[in-house]
Design a protein around this ligand. Structure first.
Ligand code: ADP
Ligand code: ZN
Length: 543
């Protein structure tokens, strides 16, 4: 029967990886958790059982926009579905409940807050409920992104009816902590867990270090003219500026962020979905639940704050399975913006220790993101390793795999860097330590008297980028670690101490000469910036 439904109601010939296994587990009555990447096809894993079971399936979903779209497309497929959330007027809400009680719908989407509403609970007691499916189930965990307190009510709600209803949960977030929370906090009984691979073979990954981001973006967009693409920025004002500049350059672009009115957001979203505007410039507010299958490229104009976010956003490309590109721009300046946002997050009413813990966690996420942006290893392998999945060391389809490398001996430089970290008594972070070794004239070096150090300028023959690469290698190799106290500090590990005492050969892969992407020379830029600041103060004009 499931094959028939797949074909007749949804028009697909075969299941994708994981789907059939999930459907079978649900039908056998097991509590089921499905962890699948964005775009893998989670929805039909509960929609097909919903059509096979007698009674109503409740789908708990955090996103109102998602509910509307899901219901609309189910209705288009001839499946009776509805949603209950705060956008309905009291009249519409009563009517929907009444129709639901008469058995009018097979699938009803509800916001988690409904579980506390009297009228909804009365309805549930009378209706014939077959199954509860929790979408975006990671929202129950405080460790993941998008924590939603009302998800914590699901457990109690299910316990009242334990044993009677089928229970399944879906997410794209695969960390161990979130997985444990989903089982515990949702109160699932020895659930059957299905995890499909995270690899999306049709996506091509690349990282660029453009000297002029806007010109490079324009070039990329023009080369892909007529194709749908999403451009992600961190801040709303970046979205507005960029969209305006693109439009001025003759690109049909539209914009999306949480600060726009509902009407504008909806209109812009439709313009994008219906190809009136092929280019969408947006913050990460855009995308959840938007099922546009033919997005051919996703460009991150700025780096997001974690690889979780990156992979989710980039994964909106190529949902139709056709090849698509995920391009990340790396600029050192974005790092400072992200660090600022990270330090100044509003966690609400939590204690100081907890606050520190959360910030330290976010720091580690950001570090991993940065690691991806700057690694010379295979990008796909880097992502999959982060999500705990085994994969070949080379994928052959990412910008790093397409480059040629040479092996360089870095033993001496590593020894010098370790010496410098020791000499500052492990009190400083990467920026200061590398500026010291580079012999930078920045104000902070002077302020700490580091220009008097024996290490001052001792690696000035290397570029800042090479120094960063070597330090990153040292971190990945476990010679040093970064610890988040109030700010990030470099610390030598026992392995690093052993190496320092008895250095041995160490080789690192490096782009072959002439192949290195033209990175901005941060060092020169910083010096120019300092000069500009001095001049602007002198002449009392903005920098
Ligand atoms: P997710 O919720 O996992 O991000 P969706 O459920 O929105 O993904 O599905 C992503 C896309 O894949 C949708 O366009 C959906 O119609 C399509 N899809 C799902 N299952 C199949 C299948 N078996 N064959 C072909 N396309 C599918
Ligand atoms: Zn690769």
């Amino acid at each position: 029967m499931k094959y028939e439904i797949l074909k007749k109601q949804f028009g697909y010939d075969t299941f994708r990886p994981g789907q059939e296994e999930i459907i079978d587990a649900i039908m056998q009555g097991r509590d089921t958790i499905a962890i699948m990447p964005t775009g893998a096809g989670k929805s039909i894993c509960y929609q097909i059982p919903a059509l096979m079971l007698e009674g109503i399936t409740l789908v708990i979903s955090p996103l109102i926009s998602l509910m509307k779209d899901q219901v609309r497309s189910l209705n288009q497929n001839g499946i009776r579905a509805a949603y209950l959330n705060s956008t309905l007027t009291p009249g519409q809400y009563r009517k929907a409940l009444m129709l639901a009680a008469q058995g009018e719908y097979r699938i009803i989407y509800v916001a988690p807050e409904r579980l506390e509403s009297e009228s909804f609970l009365r309805f549930v007691q009378q209706a014939r409920i077959a199954m509860v499916a929790v979408d975006e189930a990671h929202c129950v965990s405080q460790w993941g992104q998008n924590f939603r307190p009302s998800y914590l009510k699901i457990r109690e709600f299910m316990q009242k009816y334990s044993g009677q209803w089928r229970f399944c949960a879906f997410t794209a977030t695969a960390t161990k902590q979130v997985e444990e929370d989903m089982i515990g906090l949702l109160g699932m009984r020895s659930p059957y867990i299905v995890k499909t691979g995270y690899d999306r073979k049709n996506l091509f990954f690349s990282v660029e270090y453009p000297a002029n981001s806007f010109l490079r973006l324009l070039e990329l967009v023009r080369q892909r003219s007529g194709q749908s693409g999403i451009i992600y920025c961190i801040r709303r004002k970046d979205v507005e500026e960029l969209c305006e500049k693109l439009c001025a350059a003759g690109i049909r672009a539209t914009r999306y962020h949480a600060g726009l009115s509902d009407e504008e957001r909806n209109a812009n979203q439709e313009d994008f979905i219906f190809d009136r505007c092929p280019v969408m410039v947006a913050t990460n507010a855009f995308g959840m639940g938007i099922d546009k299958p033919d997005v051919r490229y996703v460009i991150h104009y700025s780096m997001p704050s974690s690889l979780e976010n990156y992979y989710q956003e980039a994964g909106r490309a190529g949902r139709d399975g056709q090849s698509a590109e995920c391009i990340l721009f790396y600029k050192a300046a974005d790092e400072r913006v992200l660090q600022f946002l990270l330090e100044n997050q509003d966690f609400g009413d939590i204690g100081e220790t907890q606050r520190k813990e959360r910030i330290a966690k976010d720091w580690r996420r950001l570090e991993a993101m940065k690691g991806y942006a700057l690694t010379q290893a295979c990008l796909r392998h880097t992502i999959l390793t982060y999500f705990g999945e085994d994969s070949p060391e080379q994928c052959g389809a990412c910008s790093n795999c397409m480059h040629e490398y040479e092996l360089i001996e870095i033993s001496e430089s590593v020894h010098t860097i370790l010496g410098a970290i020791k000499s500052v008594r492990q009190k400083f972070g990467a920026t200061i330590v590398l500026s010291l070794l580079k012999g930078s004239r920045s104000a902070r070096i002077g302020q700490y008297g580091l220009d008097q150090s024996a290490f001052y300028g001792s690696l000035s023959g290397l570029t800042m980028r090479q120094l960063q690469d070597i330090l990153r290698f040292m971190i990945q190799d476990g010679l040093v670690e970064t610890t988040a106290d109030t700010y990030l500090v470099l610390r030598i590990t026992p392995k690093g101490s052993r190496f320092f005492a008895h250095p041995s050969s160490l080789t690192m892969r490096q782009y072959k000469k002439g192949k290195e992407p033209d990175a901005q020379d941060d060092e020169v830029f910083e010096q120019l910036r300092a000069v500009r600041l001095r001049l602007s103060r002198k002449y009392r004009v903005p920098p």
